[in-house]
Design a protein around this ligand. Structure first.
Ligand SMILES: Cc1cc2nc3c(=O)[nH]c(=O)nc-3n(C[C@H](O)[C@H](O)[C@H](O)COP(=O)(O)O)c2cc1C
Length: 235
């Protein structure tokens, strides 16, 4: 195993802790080499049965970005209904602005459940491990973007059917994420949703259990106490 120097180790943690989801971008283009590095990082993610279910559609044309942005805005408006009349309504409408139009590149990361053939080691037991693999690739992109001095935002407000038809994606391929990448001059120190008092990071200690599922107070409505354990659920 290759050991990291202390400086390298600190670098890894720095990227993990300082990486942020970014919503506003400069239109300045990204050098091809940096974009390539981000994609190489994605492609070196772990994947179930080494199936590598990802593809990356690089969207740079203004006309295509406009179409994607429209689909996202439509979904954002639809979702805002859930917050109508609540104190979260205005926050939601202000906050969730996708950077698709500003960022020089939007990458649609897709999942091909058939990329490993009929039988993929591991995926046969848990089918969604293909999506989990794509999520690992996206997290690698996020960290690599940070290392490259780039900002990245993950957009998931869209109907898959809209994105499929805009980007000509076949029905068996899952458009998992729209990723905006570019430079920014707004790199927040904390998650935007935390800064805007939408949600805050929970205490790690409350999330760590020993030996068995525990009923710790999480301060959330859907606490484990509200749900019976499987062996208690005898009706
Ligand atoms: C699966 C996934 C989907 C997400 N979708 C969206 C999205 O549609 N819109 C958005 O503004 N942020 C989205 N985000 C970003 C999260 O809001 C963000 O990661 C979270 O608030 C924590 O902030 P941080 O990434 O800066 O630490 C998504 C993140 C993940 C992991």
């Amino acid at each position: 195993m290759h050991r990291l120097t202390e400086e390298e180790r600190n670098g890894v943690y720095k990227a993990i802790f300082n990486r942020r989801d970014i919503r506003s971008f400069l239109t300045r283009p990204i050098p091809d080499e940096k974009l390539r590095n981000v994609l190489e990082a994605a492609h070196h993610a772990p994947s179930v049965g080494f199936m590598q279910p990802w593809n990356f559609i690089l969207v740079k044309k203004e006309e295509m970005k406009k179409k994607l942005a429209k689909a996202v805005e439509k979904e954002r408006r639809a979702l805002s209904i859930h917050y109508e009349g609540t104190d979260r309504e205005m926050k939601f409408l202000d906050l969730k602005i996708a950077g698709i139009l500003e960022a020089p590149v939007t990458i649609c990361v897709t999942c091909n459940p058939f990329s490993g053939g009929d039988h993929v080691l591991g995926r046969n037991s848990i089918p969604e491990t293909d999506l989990m693999s794509v999520s690992c690739a996206i997290q690698n992109m996020w960290l690599a973007a940070y290392a490259e001095g780039l900002a990245m935002g993950w957009v998931s407000f869209y109907k898959k059917s809209d994105v499929r038809s805009i980007l000509d994606i076949p029905y068996h391929i899952d458009p998992v994420a729209l990723i905006s990448i570019g430079y920014t001059d707004h790199y927040p120190e904390r998650p935007l949703l935390e800064i805007h008092n939408w949600e805050k990071r929970r205490q790690l200690d409350r999330l760590i259990f020993e030996n068995k599922w525990e009923t710790k107070e999480t301060g959330k409505m859907m606490d484990s106490e509200d749900f019976p354990l499987p062996h208690q659920n005898k009706c």
